[in-house]
Every structure is written in structure tokens, then in C-alpha cells.
Design a protein around this ligand. Structure first.
Ligand SMILES: Cc1ncc(COP(=O)(O)O)c(C=O)c1O
Length: 442
């Protein structure tokens, strides 16, 4: 290797201080206005405690520990093969034809939806798809409506300069939106964003409620078509749909009310169903005039899934037999963890301790309520969810995410427990630690 003979310059000595007013004001309003992730703050606390040698049960991340949840072997092998075969150049900006076609078949055989290939846009995981859906449909100051708690809609709304209308949901409804909740905002909304199975609650929209919501949207668009107003769309994030655990079936808006095909943009991908969060393959499905614009936008962001990973995903989707065993194992492993946690919480509840949970329906999450608001521990009054999460972490070594991180403002003790990075043994070890903390509450 030739080492340069240029003098080594240290650019950092010329940087303006980040606190300097002018340099701060020189950052765009959008970038300055991005709120930091509370989940990342908690993750940093977990890392710090672990560095001190503290044993922490980590229920925070919406991710998978590869040791607990490896990706399908067929996916790994096909990706390696694609690298070996030199598939390392740009993929087409809409995604590989083989992958788009495989998704068409996947939706037809598994969801009963026969979309053509030009309705599919491949993205590098679900996130760029979400961003592109918002950016393709929404102009600054237009209204986006979404329930809370929900995942990251606040950030996407902010990125496109939308007016966000957040609809707080209720524990008794599984923290899911209802048509009644949406109805008062239907006339001003340009976009409604829904997600099922729901991050963070692990619950699923009931087919009858989905139908009521979709009927509202279709009726509103019938009105708008007569008056010439811009139409109302639904972004339906179904990234967890293959992880359905309870009795509620996964339902799509288009299945609930077929006219919704004109107004629905699906956000989807392999990140969760295949424990493949680091592989970065996702997709949008929707009306071609919207998908085409999303493609144009994404082209300049460059948010394509990598070429070998696209080819591998197409391969695996086109040989469903390779997936049957994987899906079964994945489902069983997630369900066992969620059930172990849920049953453990129920035992604590039956022992009279102030805790409750919502039975798991889908995704990798359990909603757990630590009913400590208004109580004291060691004479300290507990008033906020964040305090409960801090106590759980620092006193019990159990790391969770309060629903505030997902936009629910009420201080009612609800936390998201994610099981993607824990073993059943980890859960069994965490439960007595939670019990010991709750027993100290007065
Ligand atoms: C509801 C929901 N949608 C989308 C995503 C993002 O998925 P990806 O990693 O494929 O970008 C997540 C990740 O946690 C999620 O929970």
C-alpha cells in the first residue's frame, strides 16, 4: 500500500462548536426538529450497565438476537451464492423483476390479493418505504392521522412537514384505533397510517373494525371525488403480518373493502417475519401511479435493497417449501417467549401484585402495565412511566420501553416488552426480579 506524502491535516480543529448559535441555526429546520429516539437512550443505559458487569434482561429492542433467531438458512445461502455469482451492480430502481414477481405470488397465495408486478416497489427495508409513501402523498401542512402508541409515524410526519393528528387509543381496545376515533378527523386527513400487528402493543386490528375504518375512507373519497378535493390514502404497515399469535386473523384493508385498493399503500418486508432486520429488504405495494412516483423519489435517495439480498429473497419466496419449517420454528419460538412472559405476569397479578398484560396477538411484543403510578418505592413517589422504566432497569436489571416512546402521553404504567433478543430462560430469570421490585411498592 502506498502511503500519501501529503501533510496530515486535522479537520476537527476548524469545526464550529456545536453549541454556537449560528452553526446551530444553519442546520435545516427539519433536521433540527427531529426528536431523538427514547429507545436509543434506553439502549445506551443498558450498554452502560452491562459494561459495569450488571446482568440486564433486555426487552427493549424491536430486533432479534441472531443467536436466538437466525435468518432462514436458504436466505443466507442464496445471498452468498448471489455474491459469488457477482450480482453486485445496481439493481433496477424498482427492484429485481424476479423479486417483484415473487412478492406478487406471495400476496396471491398467502393474502388472496392478486396485484400485478408494476404495483410493487422494492426498498431497503420497510423504513424508506414508509418515508416514500409519506413523501409521495403529502405536501407540507397537510394532515396525517395516526393512532398512538405507534411506531415512528411522528418522525415521518415531521420529515414531510405534515400536521400530525395523534389519536390516543385505550388499553381496553388493545391500544388499537377504531373507526369512531378516526371519524372526527376524516374530512381534514390526507393520510391515515395504520399498523397491524401493532408495534408496540402486540395486538391486531379486528377484521370488523378494519372494515368500519375502510368504509369511512371509501365514503370520504366518494365525497371528495364529487367535490374535486385531494384524496385520502391509507398507509398500511403490515411488517409483522406473518407473526400472528392469537385468535385475531391478519386482515388487509383491501380484503376488508375491495375499493380500498385505490387508496391503500402496503408497507412490508422480510425484517421481522424472517428475523432479517440487518438484511434490508422491504417493499411497497399500491396503485401504480403512486408507486411510480415513490420509485422516482427513492431513486434519488438510493434506498434500494442490495442486489444479492434481493436475489436471495426472490429465491426463497419462490421456493415456499424452504420456508415452511422456518416459519413454523419462528412462530413457535416467538409465541413461546410471549406466552412465558404473559403467563408469568398473570401469576404475579394473581399474587396480588400491581401488574397486568394484554394477551399476545402478534408481532414480538407484549404490553405490560406496571401499575405503580401513585405508589411509592423506598418512599419515592412514582408519577411517571419513565420513572418505572428506570426503576425496572436500575433496581431489577430489566430493560423495557415505556409507551411514551411511541407517543402515548398518559402516565399509566404501560410498557413494551420485546422478546426478539431474549431466551425463554432470560424471561424466567427476569420475572422474579420484576416480582421483587413490585413487592417493594407501597
Ligand atoms: C411497525 C414497524 N414498521 C416498520 C419497521 C421498520 O422495518 P425495517 O427494519 O424493515 O425498516 C419497524 C421496525 O421496528 C416496525 O416496528
Amino acid at each position: 500500500m502506498t502511503v500519501t506524502d501529503r501533510p496530515l491535516l486535522d479537520p476537527t480543529q476548524y469545526f464550529d462548536a456545536p453549541s454556537d448559535d449560528l452553526s446551530r441555526q444553519s442546520i435545516s429546520t427539519t433536521a433540527r426538529g427531529m426528536v431523538g429516539s427514547q429507545i436509543l437512550r434506553i439502549a445506551a443505559n443498558v450498554r452502560a450497565l452491562r459494561a459495569q458487569g450488571v446482568d440486564v434482561s433486555n426487552f427493549t429492542v424491536g430486533d432479534f438476537a441472531p443467536s436466538e433467531f437466525p435468518i432462514p438458512e436458504a436466505l443466507r445461502d442464496a445471498a452468498i451464492e448471489a455474491y459469488g455469482a457477482g450480482r453486485t451492480n445496481y439493481p433496477p430502481s424498482e427492484g429485481l423483476a424476479s423479486l417483484r414477481q415473487a412478492i406478487v405470488e406471495h400476496y396471491a397465495t398467502r393474502l388472496g390479493l392478486k396485484y400485478p408486478a408494476d404495483t410493487v416497489q422494492i426498498t431497503s427495508g420497510a423504513r424508506p418505504g414508509l418515508y416514500a409513501a409519506y413523501a409521495t402523498l403529502i405536501d407540507p401542512h397537510e394532515t396525517v392521522v395516526y393512532p398512538v402508541p405507534s411506531w415512528n409515524n411522528n418522525h415521518y410526519a415531521h420529515l414531510v412537514g405534515a400536521k400530525a393528528v395523534e389519536l390516543p387509543t385505550k388499553a381496553e381496545n388493545g391500544f388499537l384505533p377504531t373507526a369512531d376515533l378516526i371519524e372526527p378527523h376524516i374530512k381534514v386527513a390526507r393520510l391515515i397510517a395504520l399498523n397491524s400487528p401493532l408495534n408496540p402493543a402486540g395486538t391486531m386490528i379486528d377484521p370488523a373494525e378494519m372494515q368500519r375504518i375502510c368504509k369511512l375512507i371509501v365514503a370520504e373519497n366518494t365525497r371528495r371525488k364529487a367535490s374535486g378535493e385531494r384524496l385520502l390514502y391509507l398507509v398500511y404497515d403490515q411488517i409483522y403480518w406473518e407473526l400472528q399469535m392469537g385468535d385475531t386473523p391478519h386482515v388487509t384493508p383491501v380484503e376488508a373493502v375491495p375499493e380500498m385498493a385505490a387508496y391503500t399503500i402496503f408497507v412490508d418486508g422480510i425484517s421481522k417475519a424472517w428475523a432479517a432486520t440487518g438484511i434490508r429488504v422491504g417493499w411497497l405495494v399500491g396503485p401504480p401511479h403512486i408507486i411510480n412516483r415513490a420509485k422516482a423519489l427513492l431513486t434519488h435517495v438510493g434506498a434500494w435493497a442490495p442486489h444479492p439480498e434481493q436475489e436471495a429473497t426472490a429465491n426463497v419466496l419462490s421456493t415456499p417449501d424452504a420456508l415452511v419449517e422456518f416459519n413454523k420454528t419462528m412462530h413457535r419460538e416467538v409465541k413461546t417467549r410471549l406466552d412465558t412472559l404473559y403467563n408469568g405476569v398473570q401469576e404475579l397479578k394473581q399474587a396480588g401484585l400491581p401488574i397486568d398484560a394484554i394477551a399476545p396477538q402478534g408481532a414480538i411484543y407484549l404490553s405490560v402495565q406496571l401499575n405503580l403510578i401513585g405508589r411509592t418505592i423506598d418512599n419515592v413517589a412514582i408519577q411517571r412511566n419513565e420513572q418505572i422504566a428506570d426503576l425496572l432497569l436500575n433496581e431489577a436489571g430489566v430493560a423495557v420501553v415505556p409507551f411514551q416512546a411511541f407517543g402515548l402521553m398518559e402516565e399509566s404504567g404501560w410498557m413494551r416488552f420485546s422478546v426478539g433478543a431474549v431466551s425463554v430462560a432470560d424471561i424466567e430469570r427476569a420475572l422474579p426480579k420484576i416480582r421483587a421490585l413490585l413487592e417493594r411498592a407501597e
